[in-house]
Design a protein around this ligand. Structure first.
Ligand code: NAG
Length: 286
């Protein structure tokens, strides 16, 4: 199959780069050197010599940050502790994105809730500017009590969303069936904390309680095994290669089915009201 040949030649290319001694990324991640705070007027803070980052939201503004590097494929982990207590109306985002109208994007969004009520983890994938592929989940733990690891694996074969190493969503490369796939636009890693009381919690019924502000989300242990894009040479160099052809194995297949059966609360591929002319093709292929 021509496609397999392409993947193998990519891996060979990556290994060649490794042998040439391109820099290793991820082992000594530090928010000071890996990220820029992009907005929030002092509300985002890098602490503990770059080991901890906090985002804050109050009535005036939220805050956010962006990776310094752009990546063209990667396996990217972040540990996040979400806004505790009454977080209704708040949204914490963590995503990969390129720029422009035809951008690619891979999204985690955490929709806050009243104390004791469950967050919703909202996911989406955009290819060439087209999204509309939402899936939503409850989590099997309280994401505000501790840090948990949220990961995106993005390679030529598939995009897999992981929570603490458990796959929750898979988006396969179906270019051979004519579907577009994010593979030509390098993406930054972004995160933000902002107010979305119009829609976030119970569809906007529960508003943000500003007496609880500031709302704070915390980040640590960023790790990117990735191909780092170099704008000057328009090419990428990769830190390691095993993840580049990684797909779900059989035990992960069982895990993802467990999550989707027990924790998925919305799937665009089952929302027939939204697609009266029939579901997008990937719904039967993915
Ligand atoms: C908030 O809690 C309510 C009640 O349990 C639930 O219906 C909803 O899905 C939860 N999450 C959000 C983000 O609205």
């Amino acid at each position: 199959m021509a496609y397999e040949g392409l993947v193998i030649s990519r891996v060979a290319f990556v290994v060649a780069l490794l042998m040439l001694g391109f820099g290793l990324e991820g082992s000594d991640a530090n928010f000071n050197k890996d990220f820029d705070i992009t907005w929030g007027d002092g509300r985002a803070k890098i602490l503990n010599n770059g080991q901890l980052l906090t985002l804050s939201l109050d009535k005036t503004s939220g805050s956010g940050f962006r990776s310094q590097n752009r990546y063209m494929y990667g396996k990217i982990d972040m540990q996040i502790k979400l806004v505790p207590g009454n977080s209704a109306g708040t949204v914490t985002t963590y995503y990969l994105s390129s720029l422009g109208a035809n951008h690619d994007e891979i999204d985690f969004e955490f929709l806050g809730n009243l104390s004791g009520d469950p967050y919703i983890l909202h996911t989406n994938v955009f290819a060439q500017g087209k999204g509309n592929r939402e899936q939503q989940f409850y989590l099997w733990f309280d994401p505000t009590k501790d840090y948990h690891t949220y990961s995106i694996l993005w390679n030529p074969l598939n995009i897999i969303f992981y929570v603490d190493g458990t796959p929750i969503r898979e988006f396969k490369n179906l270019e051979s069936k004519g579907m577009s796939y994010p593979k030509s636009q390098p993406m930054w890693v972004y995160s933000s904390l902002w107010d979305a009381e119009d829609w976030a919690t119970r569809g906007g019924l529960v508003k943000t309680d500003w007496t609880q502000a500031p709302f704070i989300a915390s980040y640590r242990n960023y790790n990117a095994q990735a191909c780092t894009w170099s704008p000057s040479s328009s090419s990428s160099s990769c830190s390691s290669s095993s993840w580049l052809n990684q797909a779900l194995d059989t035990s992960e297949q069982r895990r993802i089915e467990w999550v989707q059966k027990n924790y998925m609360i919305y799937n665009y591929c089952s929302d027939s009201k939204r697609f009266p002319q029939g579901f997008p093709p990937e719904c039967s292929l993915n």
